[in-house]
Each structure stands twice: as C-alpha cells, then as structure tokens.
Design a protein around this ligand. Structure first.
Ligand code: 6XA
Ligand code: ZN
Length: 353
C-alpha cells in the first residue's frame, strides 16, 4: 500500500478556534500527522511518498470539485487579510460575521470589499483558522488525494492520502470544520474521470461529512454514505439526518446513519455493516474512505467509544468489499493514539485484502 504524505502540512498550524464563546487552542495540530507517519514507518506498512502531481493537473482536479471563485478566494485570502491591516500578519484569520440564508435579510450577491466581512461568505464556522501557509498546505493535501486516486487507478489495491488539513466538511464554495479542500471528493471525482463508472464514499469520521454530501447530493454516479454522531447534538449540527436521501437524479444515493453520543463498537459496527451493504448493492467500482479517527473512546472532542483494537476489525470489514480503495485522513484528536489507531485500520485492511 502506498501512502502519500503532505510535505507542507505543518505550514497550516492554527493558534485558536472559537468554541462555545471562547478561543481555545486548536485541536487540529501538525503532531497528528507526524504520529501517523512515525507509526507507519515503525510497522513498515507499505511505502511513503510525496505526491508528484504537476500544477496544471492539480488545478484541474480541484476545479472539478470546487467553485473557481472559492478557489481564488482561498488562494488570495491571506494576502487580503494582511492588506486589511498589516498587524493581521500576527493573527490567524477567523470570520465573525455571516450573511444568513433568508433572501430578504442579507445580500450574498454583493461581496463586501472588506475582507473580514468577505470571509463570512465562505466560512460556516469560526473554528477554522486560516493563516499564511493554509493554501499551500491545503493544495498539497489535495495533491496527496489525487496521487492516491491515481495509484489505485494504476492498479494498487489501496492507497492512503495522509494529509492535513482534513477535507470532508469543505463543500463546493465553503470551508469549516478545519477543512478547506475536500480531499475525499477530489479523489472520488478523479476516479470517476479516470473511467470508474460508480464510486462510493464511505465516511467513518465521527462528524457528518457535510461537504461531501453537498457536493454529490444530486448525483447517481457517486454514492455517499456517512456514519456519524447525531447532528441533533453533534457538529456540524445542520446536516447529517437520516432523511437526507439525495435529490433529483441523486435521489436514493445518499445514506446517513446518525448514532447517539456514547455509541460503542457493537452498535457502530452494525451501522458500518449496513453502510458496507449499501456500497455493495450500489455495485461500486471504487471506494473512497474519509478516515476520521475521532470515533476513538479517548478523543477529546467526540463521543463514540471505539477502542484501538476495534480499528483492525474496521479495516478487515472494509477490505471484504474487495474494492480498490483510497483512504483520506480526516479527524482524530487523541494525538498520542492517532498513529496506532490509524495504522491498526490500514493493517487490518491490508491483511484481509
Ligand atoms: C468544531 C468541531 C470540528 C470537528 C472537525 C472534525 N468545534 N471533523 O473532526 O471531522
Ligand atoms: Zn471529525
């Protein structure tokens, strides 16, 4: 199995995120990725690569998923933040004002010149700081996803995009939940473009993959399945219910399996098996797994109770689908254990593949 790791990930290193009325230290830290990489090397699982993707191919793959105005916004966001006030160079950019959806309340068709206001057009939370290196890191992360999709397309049974920032909350023109570019969606779309007729995305992060759902909601060629904390109580709150089944031609091609906070492995596994049956019934030609490790019992911001050994079983169950599989690294904030848990899953997969 090939792992593509992001050599620029540490350029994205937020200071603070807004949480329930106060600024707290960011949970999504560079050490997460370093632990996974060290554990992959310690157990000698597969090979580590930097993504070798030329700029034009990467831009094209990103443009298949994200709106050009949003991409331009991200590419220039830091410069505009600093232009607003030179002392902003010492601070991360975080939004604090948003135009809500009611069409008679706020105009979304007149982007303000003020950049602090314009941030609110694209962000859906104040927990996703943007800084000088964010765009480079996010772009290089997308390159990992594209390289992993290509490796699978070239005949590898599985490949792992080991990157941060994560991606599954990012939509066509929005960021949030620590995500800017949707790495899993970029991989899924690249597999479609390479000729795989039906691609399934099975999101096992604790949080609903709202960005991925939005991106493919009206499509029948990409099945999106997510098991996650019930949005009634869990982030991202405003999407992820079981009655969201897809729309138009995509009707029936989105499956949400929300589970209550406190869910342990037996019930979580039953939901995973249901998700896996949906992927098999769809007759997918390839699988993308947004792989969040925040289902772990020791995760500081989540509420499921999976244990380290359970991840080996998860990997085995996923492998039994028999599909070419791209994994993308998403959440998981129990930093000391994230390497062991991630590699347990990949090893479980590999042993059963
Ligand atoms: C916001 C919580 C963001 C969750 C990010 C995540 N305070 N998504 O892990 O999968
Ligand atoms: Zn998560």
């Amino acid at each position: 199995m090939k792992t593509f790791h992001n050599p620029h990930h540490a350029l994205h290193q937020g200071r603070h995120e807004m949480f329930r009325g106060r600024l707290v230290a960011c949970h999504e830290v560079p050490a997460r990725l370093d632990h996974v990489r060290a554990e992959l090397q310690r157990r000698a699982l597969g090979s580590l690569h930097e993504p070798a993707i030329d700029d034009a191919a990467l831009d094209a793959a990103i443009a298949r998923v994200h709106d050009p105005r949003y991409v331009a916004f991200l590419a220039h966001a830091w410069d505009e933040w600093v232009a607003l006030d030179p002392s902003n160079a010492q601070r991360d950019a975080l939004p604090s004002v948003w135009p809500l959806g009611n069409p008679h309340a706020f105009r979304r068709d007149r982007p303000p010149a003020n950049f602090a206001a314009r941030l609110g057009l694209y962000a859906f939370d104040a927990g996703t700081p943007l800084m000088a290196g964010t765009w480079t890191a996010a772009r290089s992360g997308a390159a990992c996803a594209l390289a992993a999709a290509r490796a699978v397309q070239d005949g590898q049974r599985a490949a792992f995009a080991l990157t941060r920032p994560p991606g599954h909350h990012a939509g066509p023109d929005f960021f949030g939940g620590y995500c800017f570019l949707n790495n899993a969606a970029i991989a899924a779309q690249a597999l479609r473009d390479a000729g795989r007729a039906r691609v399934a995305v099975l999101d096992i992060d604790y949080h609903h993959g709202n960005g991925t759902q939005t991106l493919f909601y009206e499509r029948a060629d990409v099945l999106t399945v997510s098991l996650h904390g019930d949005p009634q109580t869990e982030y991202p709150f405003f999407l992820g219910y079981a009655d969201e089944r897809g729309a138009g031609p995509g009707e029936g091609f989105n499956l949400n399996l929300p589970l209550p906070r406190g869910t342990g492995f037996p019930a979580w596994r039953a939901a995973l098996e249901r998700a896996i049956r949906a992927v098999a019934d769809f007759r997918a030609d390839a699988l993308v797994v947004p792989m969040g490790m925040d289902t772990f019992e020791g995760d500081p911001i989540s509420g499921f109770l999976l244990r380290s050994a359970d991840y080996t079983t998860v990997g085995r169950l996923l492998a039994e689908l028999g599909l070419p599989t791209v994994f993308t690294f998403e959440g998981g904030y129990a930093v000391a254990e994230v390497g062991i848990n991630t590699v347990n899953l990949l090893e479980g997969f590999w042993q059963a593949a």
